[in-house]
Ligand binder design. Sequence first.
Ligand SMILES: O=C(O)C1=C[C@@H](OP(=O)(O)O)[C@@H](O)[C@H](O)C1
Ligand SMILES: C=C(OP(=O)(O)O)C(=O)O
Length: 428
Amino acid sequence: MPEPTASQPTWTVPVAPGRLDATVRVPGSKSITNRAFVLAALASEPTLVRAPLDSRDARLMLGALEALGGGWERRDNDVLVRPLVHGSAEPASVVLGNAGTVARFTPALAGLGSAHVLFDGDEAIRRRPIAPLLAALREAGADIDDAGRGAPPFTVIGHGGLPGGKVDLDSSASSQFLSALLLAGPAFDAGVTVRLLGGTPPSEPHIAMTLDMLRRFGASPERDGQEFHVGPAELSCPDFTVEPDLSTAAPFVVAAAAAGGTVRIPGWPGYSTQPGDWLRSLLVELGQRVELTPDGLTVTGSGDIPGARLDLHEVGELTPVIAALLCFADGPSVISGVAHLRGHETDRLAALATELSALGAGVTETADGLAIAPAPLHGGVFHTYDDHRLVMAGAVLGLRVPGVAVENPATVGKTFPGFVDAWGGMLS
Ligand SMILES: O=C(O)C1=C[C@@H](OP(=O)(O)O)[C@@H](O)[C@H](O)C1
Ligand SMILES: C=C(OP(=O)(O)O)C(=O)O
């Protein structure tokens, strides 16, 4: 894990003024938005993507599609996405930032074209796992020059299409490898049949999200145990609406538990494949009151948090916020099943153990997670390592701890540029 970045602007998080009573509107789901953009680019006709997320990762995806021969235009709060046009042989570049979904989901699209496309981004994206996906894409017929790095920067040389067919894949480091192959599968000549090797992929809900969205765009994905198949298909979904991002809602609903009081999230869907939907059962397990109605989700917290033993293998992206909450628990906790978080925006296990402990908590890394021993907390700088969910974790800590200075709050722009304002609004 990189050393905490040099001193950058900080945001001193406001302490909760008392029990909360707030309604918070969160932006569209990053994962659903970027899947909708990719599927729309592969579709046979334009797609109006309603209420998509507008953030760094979403804009990076739109930029990637533009570089690959796609087009889009904003229409109020919606985005009209046009199908990729593969004719150009002009070299192109895709800017990855630190967006896992852009880095994993777009190289296959370059294989459908006829250009040399260079993929590169932030230093951090060069350290994140992608080699197993590149190997599977090569097995599907992609021509990829990575100079043996197994990481960005790499170039995909398009030859006007990809055969697809049977591929073996180890997706244990990231579910996005599997999602990437399945999302592009309908555009492969023979579709794709993926046989999973290695450990069970993390983030099962995101795989379900991929399958669900493929169906909504007209494909017919099949799963038989650890084997997945998507046949060639013409995709179409002229009108698609994105749900609010339930993982972005995590710090806000957790705030009701941490500070006591009530937080409402309008538009929380009655059914969702998003991992954030699991927060409802978690908060009930932690003794909070949770109500889901057609208007959305309402969480009413007591302010008391029990220690817990949680396997977060399926919902890893929630770990930073949940770890911060458990620092307020009245007993020790263990989070397990999340070794793969060492390949997220940063090494989240090392970052959380370092930063939570620096503010007084007893947090240590385990082989696959964290052991959390609550202790008296104090203020100080909470480094965020260019990771949006560490900004959110620091905000949760600040609810009860005066003087928590979250470093580089702007990094939350990956998924919620308005987060700091929304947080202040929740506390006002
Ligand atoms: O497919 C997706 O949209 C995502 C899948 C998950 O990745 P990992 O399986 O690498 O954790 C998740 O953590 C990430 O925030 C988004
Ligand atoms: C891991 C995450 O993002 P990504 O992999 O899409 O960069 C996240 O949002 O927590």
